[in-house]
Ligand binder design. Sequence first.
Ligand SMILES: Nc1nc2c(ncn2[C@@H]2O[C@H](COP(=O)(O)OP(=O)(O)OP(=O)(O)O)[C@@H](O)[C@H]2O)c(=O)[nH]1
Ligand SMILES: [Zn+2]
Length: 362
Amino acid sequence: MALAPDITDLLARARADLRMGVPIVLGNTHGILVLAVESLEADRLQDVIALGADVDLVLTGRRAATLKARAYDGDVARVALPKDATLRWVQAVADPADDLSHPMKGPLVTRREGDPTLHRLAVTLAKSARLLPAVLVAPLPDPKTFAAEHALTVLDPAAAAPRLGASVVFDSVVSARVPLRAAQNARLHVFRPEDGSEEHYVIEIGRPNRANPVLSRLHSACFTGDLLGSLKCDCGPQLNGALAAMGAEGEGILLYLNQEGRGIGLANKMRAYALQDQGFDTVEANHRLGFEDDERDFRIGAELLRKLGFNAVRLMTNNPAKIAMMEKQGITVAERVPLKVGENPHNTDYLATKARKSGHLL
Ligand SMILES: Nc1nc2c(ncn2[C@@H]2O[C@H](COP(=O)(O)OP(=O)(O)OP(=O)(O)O)[C@@H](O)[C@H]2O)c(=O)[nH]1
Ligand SMILES: [Zn+2]
């Protein structure tokens, strides 16, 4: 029946549940109960332990490496939850904030037997909810009944897994004229993803000919740099520089993608900043939190360009990964236009790290 939620709707509901600290159920005949560590509450932790099953604290391989725990499953590690585990302990394993001041007392016992497929899916879901990538998992012998008794969202893993990795489909919601300082003939388009994730915006300057490569920028949201004028990165000057260049040419397309913190969200980016104050660089900080260097889905940029009728760009970037992904998605990068602005004493190391570790072009 069309009134019932489909798998995309259920995934959006599951993300909201995890952010609120509500458990979800993955699986139909065999299944698991999943709770995000970031939103875990003490009474829910006790309830999970009281189920009496072997509970796992599932981390990414990156976080496990920092904790020197064996990740038998490669990209994820299943840490056996001690029966006397406290909320503080669980949070300290997941969150690196106190790694240096209160090093974990190990060793952490990780599981190697059993199938980690559902555990991996649970971590992916926590990431897509912009939470720390760490979840508590308890096996459920009868997931459907358990979910019904506790009014929990149930996801069928066979349906959920492909949706989590799929390209997002967008609806064009509205567009209207917004005269900008950099270009008076600008329009803002709002695109809404059908999976319930963040909206993205496109600023169209002039009326570029769809048959020619358009001057473009894929700009990732940076609240601190774009709005506050943070000196820790170069985002604000890049945003303004790109708009100014498009204004000077009389046309261009700036995609403002709400992928804050290279796709980890503002809260996690601030966790990364706190780690950077402890001496870790931008890449190391992401890894300690359990993330990859860059968690953005660059397919979104290509998708939006295509929706607006563009197949070729002159891309303003220093990031070769953006160029490669555009090409892979079938958008021709006719030219790379360097965008070197905004270097200052606070971001010299950040920019140098990006050049050294992420291959950014100088
Ligand atoms: N996780 C994390 N994200 C950061 C940090 N500093 C800036 N960001 C984010 O990085 C993104 C900036 O990306 P872009 O401006 O696209 O930069 P880029 O990938 O280097 O590519 P170009 O600017 O096109 O060369 C924004 O989402 C920022 O919020 C950091 O230290 N950690
Ligand atoms: Zn920034």
